[in-house]
Design a protein around this ligand. Structure first.
Ligand SMILES: CC(C)(COP(=O)(O)OP(=O)(O)OC[C@H]1O[C@@H](n2cnc3c(N)ncnc32)[C@H](O)[C@@H]1OP(=O)(O)O)[C@@H](O)C(=O)NCCC(=O)NCCSC(=O)c1cc(O)c2ccccc2c1O
Length: 444
């Protein structure tokens, strides 16, 4: 075992790799196999269609496989396809790197300590996924190995002041958050079924630019498509602000302006996405939640606030207003009179006041904020995902007009598609016959 570990470490050091998250339903295919090292060659083992036989190793996937339901060896011959019997073959490390990309599951296969990569002991266990779990297949896209630096160059300092490789793990309050994808203005991490999207511009109290919002939208799309993510936390880095709204320094003529010079109000797209994503979104608010940042927490399903949280709208002070969810949904949450007070006076409210008016669900000390939020998320994760999905769209339907009804109805269609009755319709069409719906009950 020790020898194997040493060889793995050596191999990982030699191999040049990096990993990044993408939406593989759009662009990812390939297969996950495990390998055992028989240095200087690698024995690749596959047992057909994602079945993982070996309990140790690194997952690899074939890049640019033109036939996504098969796995090929370095000569291009098919070595694994549906129904195929288990097989193993040996290739050189060199060929292996050329042909495959190393996948560290959610970027977590190895942790860098004292300059070397150390396999995560606990992680090995969790590599063993049920065959029908699409997560590994669907959630990882790994960049071409050879073109990347051997060791990720960017380093990140966690709250304990320890430098860690960004590509691996960020530790907050002893909780390990795995980086899912690297962005410029947000952090996107994962911990036991929970994704965390965190605005990372603490120098401006996490004010957002068009790029911040674009990145958040991208991360939300990944959250939507990734089966293993059940709840999403929205927050801001630094402990002093959740978000202070649109970055006034990039506010231009008709919107907020990014590198492409196009003025945008794309936070409105993000608001709709938070409402319509069929998974609970929890705002974790420390410090300022102001202006467009306040609206962001308002549109989240739940808000948990630290004692240092401060809430308010500033629009009429700075020449702006949000008459969409920022007004109408706020009024549904705190009542018409209070919502008008918030907007007309632009006062700031502390966490207790926010709790009293039903603007947040809970207030906790700052050092308990993440722990409490994660505990709430874990409770939610124990619940039926379909029931949660239906409930979220039902809450929305009442308020969101035709768009809300569309969301709820879409879920009804999803459920219907799962039924034998709906499948009979599809099958009859494909089999060019008349559908026989007579066997299905006509409920009273
Ligand atoms: C949040 C504050 C009350 C905090 O005050 P405090 O005194 O604690 O901190 P500072 O003011 O010194 O801030 C530190 C530092 O951060 C910079 N900063 C803070 N907020 C922003 C911001 N929003 N944009 C740019 N920079 C910001 C600040 O300048 C300081 O930097 P230094 O370099 O000077 O040190 C207070 O900061 C505050 O009031 N902030 C502004 C809040 C605000 O008005 N936000 C914008 C509201 S409008 C909006 O968000 C909005 C956006 C949209 O995209 C919309 C789209 C569609 C409809 C409506 C929209 C909308 O209303």
């Amino acid at each position: 075992m020790e020898q194997l570990q040493k060889e793995e470490e050596q191999l990982v050091k030699n191999l040049v790799f990096t990993a990044q998250w993408a939406n593989p339903r759009k662009n990812g295919d390939g297969y996950i196999v495990t390998y055992l090292i028989t240095s200087p060659e690698i024995q690749v083992q596959s047992d057909g269609m994602l079945g993982i036989k070996e309990q140790k190793g690194i997952f690899v996937r074939l890049q640019a496989n033109e036939r996504p339901d098969c796995l090929r060896d370095e000569t291009g011959a098919i070595i694994d396809e549906p129904g195929h019997t288990p097989k193993s073959w040996t290739i050189s490390v060199e060929k292996f790197v050329e042909r495959f990309m190393i996948v560290s599951r959610r970027n977590k296969a190895y942790t860098k300590r004292d300059g070397t990569f150390v396999p995560e002991a606990q992680f090995v266990e969790s590599w063993i996924e049920p065959v029908n779990n699409n997560f590994l297949r669907d959630a990882l896209h790994v960049t071409q190995a050879l073109n990347r630096p051997a060791i990720p160059e960017q380093e990140q300092v966690n709250q304990q002041g320890m430098a860690e490789s960004k590509i691996n793990i960020i530790t907050n309050n002893n909780m390990k958050w795995e980086t899912l994808k690297e962005y410029k203005e947000i952090l996107f991490t994962f911990h036991e079924g929970i994704a965390k999207i965190s605005i990372n511009r603490p120098q401006v109290h996490n004010a957002f630019t068009p790029l911040t919002v674009k990145e958040m939208i991208d991360a939300m799309n990944i959250c939507r498509d990734t089966e293993e993510i059940g709840v999403i936390i929205l927050t801001g880095e630094g402990g002093k602000a959740f978000c202070s709204g649109g970055d006034q320094s990039v506010r231009g003529h008709g919107g907020y302006v990014g590198e492409d010079t196009v003025p945008r109000l794309n936070v409105l797209d993000l608001q709709r996405q938070i409402r319509s994503i069929p998974k609970p979104v929890v705002a974790m608010v420390a410090g300022w939640a102001i202006g467009g940042g306040h609206v962001l927490h308002v549109v989240c399903d739940l808000s948990i606030a630290a004692e240092n949280a401060r809430f308010g709208q500033t629009g009429p002070n700075v020449g702006s207003f949000d008459g969409g969810f920022g007004a109408s949904y706020l009024a549904r949450v705190v009542g018409q009179k209070k919502a008008r007070e918030i907007w007309f006076l632009c006062d700031q409210y502390n966490a207790e006041e926010a709790l009293d008016m039903g603007l947040v669900n809970k207030v906790v000390p700052l050092d308990k904020l993440e722990e409490t939020t994660v505990a709430w998320c874990k409770k939610i994760l124990e619940k039926s995902p379909l029931a949660l999905r239906m409930l979220k769209s039902s809450f929305n339907a009442e308020l969101d007009g035709q768009a809300g009804i569309q969301e709820l109805a879409g879920n009804a269609t999803l459920l219907y598609y799962l039924s034998e009755e709906a499948k009979e319709g599809k099958n009859a069409f494909l089999e060019k016959r008349k559908p026989d719906f007579s066997k299905f009950p006509k409920f009273p």
